[in-house]
Structures are given as C-alpha cells and as structure tokens.
Write a protein of this length. Structure first.
Length: 234
C-alpha cells in the first residue's frame, strides 16, 4: 500500500517531546513504576515506555491523562490502549527473543507502533481507517521515526505480500482468531491477540511450532474495541 506523504512535516521540538508537568519525564517514570508494580517485568519494554511521549499521540485536551494507566479516545470511536496492555502485549511478543519481522494490526494513534518500532528491526502496521493511519504516520514522522511501514488495509487478512512474520500483534479483538494471521506466522513465530466475545475477551498467544502445529495460551482478561472488516477511506 502507498505510504502517506510525510516529507515536509516539521519535527516536534525538544520541549514538545520532553513535555512539562503532566507530560514530563517524571510522569513517564511514574507510569513505569506503576507498570512494574503491576507485573510488567521486561525492563527493555519499560525503558521504551519511559522514552515514548504518549501525550503526543492524543489530543492536547487529554494530556493531563496521557501518563495515567487508562484508555483514551482517539476519534472514530476508537481508543488508545492502556499503557499496561501495551507493555504486556509487547513483553509477550518479545518473550521468546526479538522477532525480526513484525506485523501490527490496528495502528490506531500509533503509540503501540512507536513502542514496537524501538524494539524490533522490521515493522509493518495495518490500519483500516485512513484518517487514523495518516495521523499516526504523521506523528511518527514528526518524532523522526521512519521505521514502520504503514498499510491501509483490513488486517484480519494479515498482510500477505509481506508474510511470513516472526511476530504479529493485534490491537483490536475478533471473536475468533483469523486463520490468515495464523497462516502468516513464520515457523517459530508468535501471535499475540485479544479475542473472544465482548465482555469475555482474553489475551491469547499462539506459537507456531511447525507447519500445522500451534501452541495456544489463554492469558489476561482484556477489553478491546472489535476487529472490524473492510477499509474506511472517507
Ligand atoms: N494500538 C492502537 C489501538 C487502537 S484501537 C493505539 O495504541 O492507538 C484499535 C485499532 O484497530 C483502531 O484504530 C481500529 O480502527 C483498528 N482496526 C480494527 N479492525 C481492524 C482491521 N480489521 N484491520 C486493521 N485495523 C483495524
């Protein structure tokens, strides 16, 4: 898919990136302390969270809440995930070693994309709502982050032209795990996905052990927006 035009975008200033008060480094460090206290163990992931300006991914009116452990609206009835969920899913994706080529489904505001891009060498991110994708690409470009390759597509079909992936992380919940995502996992690869009916979603991890051999784990209870079909361009 086409990459959005981002060449002429002004970078965020140092002051914007560092923040002040509610958006300061101190606020990010306090968030990391809270994540550590609630079971996040991967210090590399925590370090990336401490270095990623979450406030720049949400509307300025929400900045006082940017480093609280809560979901926030990002428009189009979608939400940025709770920092705890971002940390947990990222740590699960990396738990067996750093996956070289990763697909994220559900770019949203791009915050999880930014966190992943600091940790993996190759990152593809699919989003079905054009406006969200463009906004996310713009924020990342303004942060000087050109690593993620964005795709405007329905990620329930994976991204066949780039498959197989060593890691797939999905940030919207299907009722049933899409076959395409399991098929596009490399042998030895790992899929982290919230799935299940509304009100009964669980984080699930699939490890592909062989051509037809997957190991599945059911983990934390979560509440994600639904994985939907089709692309929204208007
Ligand atoms: N990780 C994101 C989470 C956003 S919410 C963030 O931190 O902001 C989930 C996102 O998944 C929404 O942007 C939604 O539009 C997107 N989504 C839902 N179904 C999708 C699909 N089939 N393909 C791609 N993106 C999808």
């Amino acid at each position: 898919m086409e990459q959005p035009a981002v060449a002429s975008i002004a970078a965020f200033t140092k002051t914007q990136r560092e923040g002040v008060g509610f958006t300061s480094q101190r606020a990010r460090d306090q968030l990391c302390d809270l994540l550590r206290a609630s079971g996040i163990r991967d210090e590399q992931v925590l370090k990336v969270i401490a270095n990623t300006p979450r406030h720049l991914f949400v509307d300025e009116a929400l900045w006082p809440h940017a480093y609280q452990n809560r979901t926030l609206p990002i428009g189009h009835a979608q939400t940025i995930s709770q920092p705890w969920v971002v940390a947990r899913m990222t740590e699960l994706l990396l738990a067996k070693g750093v996956p070289q080529k990763v697909l994220e489904v559900g770019t949203g505001c791009g915050y999880q994309t930014a966190v992943l891009s600091a940790l993996v060498p190759e990152l593809h991110s699919a989003e079905r709502i054009a406006e969200l994708q463009q906004r996310a690409a713009r924020v990342l470009a303004r942060l000087g982050n050109v690593k993620p390759q964005f795709s405007l597509s329905d990620g329930s079909w994976g991204l066949s032209e780039q498959a197989p992936f060593d890691g797939i992380l999905v940030t919207a919940a299907p009722v049933e795990v899409p076959e395409a995502l399991l098929d596009q996992l490399a042998i030895g690869g790992r899929l982290v996905i919230p799935a299940g009916p509304d009100g009964a979603q669980r984080l699930q991890v699939f490890d592909r052990l062989g051509e037809h051999d997957y190991e599945q784990q059911y983990l934390d209870e979560v509440a994600f927006v639904p994985l939907r079909s089709g692309v929204v361009t208007g």
